[in-house]
Design a protein around this ligand. Structure first.
Ligand code: FDA
Length: 309
């Protein structure tokens, strides 16, 4: 219930204004967001790489309904990729892109604009010596996003995709995407979805995650196991062993600021561990989804709203 309320708040412009202008202490945003500028985020990424971790950087922003804004987000990625290459941080750091931030939701021309902008980013990523992963958003965009991924992979087969275990369709999508060279991030899913398309019981989502992992691990692609859930991390290792996979033929992914000790533990065991590093001014939707995931995060947030620091 609380999760649903927070997730619907994540889409409310009115609540967004209230939260964004509230005297939130820097620490609450800073815990989950690696800065508001590209420079700050690149510095945070360098620290992660120095600790033996990998990174996928996300310039925050979503649901763009303005062509110029979509172009600005694209340009922000181009600048970020230049900074990463100049700083010698590729290929350890790649970028994650939300198609709705680069135009997918624009009326009539959305898909065309999103493909063009995403292609430009993929091209720049390749020149910078790294890759792009296309994030997955709410279920109304799944077909469009997978279609755009297919299109991008014609010229940039290294482009990663994301599948969400809470969607009923995802096991079948895993089968379609488990081919050689296909980088697939599997996550539980972070949006407020109806029962008609998604499992809403946590246990059902976890069971679906394991079924999807089984398909990806047994397939020919490169699974990217995006979860903080200790049982699923263990399941991934067991399924990888069962499929005869070596360390390095799949990777773990976690969010910036969540379970950093576990990130380092897995890396020390020899697993590639990629940290998703969000940054930018548009942190509201991202922060609300993180709060929805864990009541403890909400307490932390409310406490810091009340603090004057
Ligand atoms: P869940 O939230 O159920 O947590 C499971 C367990 O993990 C908890 O019980 C606890 O043990 C531990 N845990 C979780 N948070 C913790 C914390 N703060 N401190 C300590 N322990 C904690 N979603 C999406 O819809 N589209 C996308 O493109 C992406 N991309 C993405 C990339 C990456 C790298 C990650 C890690 C996640 C995403 N997500 C996403 C988000 C994802 O769908 C999901 O909402 C979150 O990862 C939370 O789900 P968990 O699998 O961590 O489990």
């Amino acid at each position: 219930m609380l999760r649903r309320v927070l997730l619907s708040m994540s889409r409310s412009r009115r609540v967004r204004h209230i939260v964004e202008t509230a005297p939130v202490s820097r620490s609450v945003v800073a815990r989950f967001v690696a800065g508001t500028s590209a420079e700050e985020a690149v510095a945070a990424t360098r620290t992660l790489l120095d600790k033996g971790l990998l990174a996928s950087m996300d310039h925050l922003g979503e649901d763009t309904l303005d062509l110029q804004q979509a172009t600005d987000v694209r340009d922000a990625y181009l600048r970020l990729l230049e900074l990463l290459a100049a700083g010698g941080l590729t290929p350890g750091a790649e970028v994650s892109v939300k198609l709705s931030a680069v135009g997918q939701a624009l009326p009539d021309v959305g898909e065309k604009v999103a493909v063009e902008n995403a292609r430009t980013i993929c091209h720049a990523a390749r020149n910078a010596g790294t890759t792009v992963t296309v994030d997955m958003e709410d279920h109304t965009t799944t077909d469009s996003t997978l279609g755009i991924l297919r299109e991008l992979r014609k010229d940039f087969p290294e482009t990663g995709g994301v599948l969400q275990a809470y969607l009923r369709r995802t096991e079948a999508d895993c089968r379609d995407l488990a081919y050689e060279g296909s980088r697939v991030r599997l996550c539980k899913g972070a949006y407020n979805e109806p029962e008609s398309v998604a499992f809403t019981d946590r246990l059902d989502v976890d069971k679906s995650y394991v079924r999807c992992l089984k398909v990806l691990m047994a397939g020919e692609g490169y699974p990217m196991v995006a979860t903080h859930d200790p049982r699923l991390v263990e399941a991934a290792q067991a399924l990888a062993a069962q499929a005869g996979r070596e360390k390095g033929s799949y990777e773990f992914q976690m969010l910036y600021g969540i379970r950093p000790d576990e990130q380092r533990r897995l890396a020390a065991e020899g697993h590639p561990v990629r940290v998703y590093v969000p940054y930018g001014q548009e942190w509201y939707g991202y922060l609300m989804r993180r709060l929805a995931e864990r009541p403890a995060n909400l307490t932390f947030f409310l406490r810091s709203l009340l603090s004057t620091k």
